[in-house]
Design a protein around this ligand. Structure first.
Ligand SMILES: [Zn+2]
Ligand SMILES: [Zn+2]
Length: 468
């Protein structure tokens, strides 16, 4: 299961390695059930309770009695086995924005294997009723409705039990774009100011906003601008795509936000927050003004920071570069830059949270449960629990804990392999932070992000037309 092979996969592997086949399907099913029980009741829950303690300690900034209900900022994401309407399973996960650990998860399933097998039976008959009495407590079908609605449904369940389960309120939800899940939980703790859940933006995704806005301007501005030339074209004009000026300005916009995040200010007093917001707003306007060839340098560099990237501010002169835009673009693009640096929007970016962890967590689930293979609900739940263990405490300790709770000993080879796995993961994480790696990855993911965006947009439309 840890490697995403079900019994058939293991049987194939055994036959290739000339080993006897693994246990029969029936006993394999029993093993899955045992793994599920240990992973669910003992390990994953215990691990998440520990994670909550750590997140609480960060939130209160020191001693925590664990008795008071406190606010925690979290990222939420829903993932399902297949995109679109056909999925039978949905997984919702809440991750602490401060510590990056999983605090809770919920798996919803539209099917139950055992119920499916009894489908032919007469639902009113005595036999069925007797069977149902025995089955209903372990029935895995816990959701009816369309697949996209599952995401919102899992959010509701997770938010509803946050106080009883962990004595916390998930006070801030970090997500990108319009999340149906957010409207589902916004007023779950009450609707007065201070009670309503607030939304924060994932700063990893803010560049897409600018990209979309500029792309729209480029496509929709017809004819000639005030200087007698068209929007697009070559030097000095708004070239499209990720490699053109549309992409470059979006990236600079995102960097202006990233460089000016201030987690402390977001939790501090109002004055500090206002100052941080002004700083971020100026940095965003600096992007546009600096890039446009205005005749008056005191106007052009009015927002640029001193002792930083601006050549003019550093040396007193600056030659125009090929990509610098003609002066006419200030008027054309300024409204967009003003709109995308507007106060309420900027405030959601100030703490500088990202959603990246949820994406890596989702990958851990589906790695154990490849989306293209048919799996039962129990399998998805177990994969989710194993992913929680792996995500919160690494391969070595998570697998050791599982083996211990299954009363199995871990051998030398298991230990060595798991330690290597963690080492690779840690050094990969370190490497990912290095600037050069970052650049390389950015280039690779750029195109993908836009594609993904399109997908999400299309799905958003599908969602609205859903019959629920
Ligand atoms: Zn059932
Ligand atoms: Zn400048």
């Amino acid at each position: 299961m840890e490697v995403g092979l079900a019994r058939e996969g293991i049987a194939d592997m055994c036959s290739i390695l000339s080993m006897p086949p693994p246990s029969t399907s029936t006993s394999y099913g029993q093993h899955v059930r045992t793994v599920f029980q240990s992973s669910e009741e003992e390990e994953a829950e215990a691990q998440m309770a520990e994670a909550v303690k750590r997140a609480r300690a960060v939130a209160v900034g020191g001693e925590d009695s664990g008795e008071e209900v406190i606010n925690l900022p979290v990222t939420f994401d829903g993932t399902w086995a297949k995109r679109g309407f056909t999925s039978n399973y949905g997984v919702g996960v809440v991750i602490s924005a401060d510590t990056g650990e999983v605090l809770d998860r919920e798996v919803l399933s539209k099917i139950c294997d055992e119920c499916n097998m009894k489908n032919q039976m007469d639902k009113e008959g005595e036999d069925y009723k007797l069977w149902w009495e025995g089955h209903k407590n372990r029935c895995t079908k816990n959701f009816q409705g369309s697949s996209p609605a599952m995401e919102a449904a899992t959010a509701k369940i997770l938010w509803q039990r946050s106080i009883s389960k962990h004595k916390v309120k998930y006070s801030h939800m970090i997500s990108d774009g319009d999340s149906k899940a957010f409207s589902e939980v916004q007023y779950i703790y009450g609707d007065s100011a201070g009670e309503a859940v607030e939304k924060l933006d994932c700063i990893g995704h803010v560049g897409k906003r600018m990209f979309r806005a500029l792309d729209k301007i480029k496509k929709e501005t017809k004819g000639k601008l005030a200087d007698g030339k068209t929007v697009g074209g070559g030097k000095g004009r708004l070239t499209g795509g990720q490699n053109g000026m549309v992409g470059k300005l979006s990236e600079l916009y995102r960097n202006a936000i990233r460089k000016n995040v201030d987690r402390l200010a977001s939790k501090g007093d109002q004055d500090k927050l206002e100052n941080a917001k002004v700083k971020m707003q100026r940095a965003i306007l600096a992007v546009l003004y600096h890039e446009v060839k205005l005749p008056d340098n005191s106007v052009r560099h009015q927002y640029c920071p001193t002792d930083d990237w601006c050549e003019y501010k550093n040396s007193g002169t600056m030659d125009d570069k090929d990509h610098h835009l003609d002066a006419v673009f200030l008027d054309l693009l300024l409204p967009t830059f003003q709109r995308l640096s507007e106060s309420s929007l900027i405030e959601r970016c100030i703490p500088g949270y990202t959603q990246n962890q949820t994406e890596s967590f989702n990958a851990l689930i589906w790695k154990r449960c490849p989306k293209h293979l048919w799996r039962g609900p129990l399998y998805v739940k177990t994969a989710t629990n194993l992913a929680v263990l792996h995500f919160n405490c690494g391969a070595l300790s998570s697998r050791n804990r599982m083996l211990q709770s299954l009363k199995l000993t871990s051998s030398h080879h298991t230990m060595v392999a798991n330690m290597r796995k963690d080492r690779v993961r840690i050094s990969a994480a370190d490497k990912a932070c290095e600037e050069s790696e970052k650049k390389k990855r950015k280039k690779q993911t750029k195109e993908k992000l836009v594609q993904e965006e399109d997908c999400v947009e299309r799905e958003g439309v599908m969602y609205e037309s859903g019959a629920f």
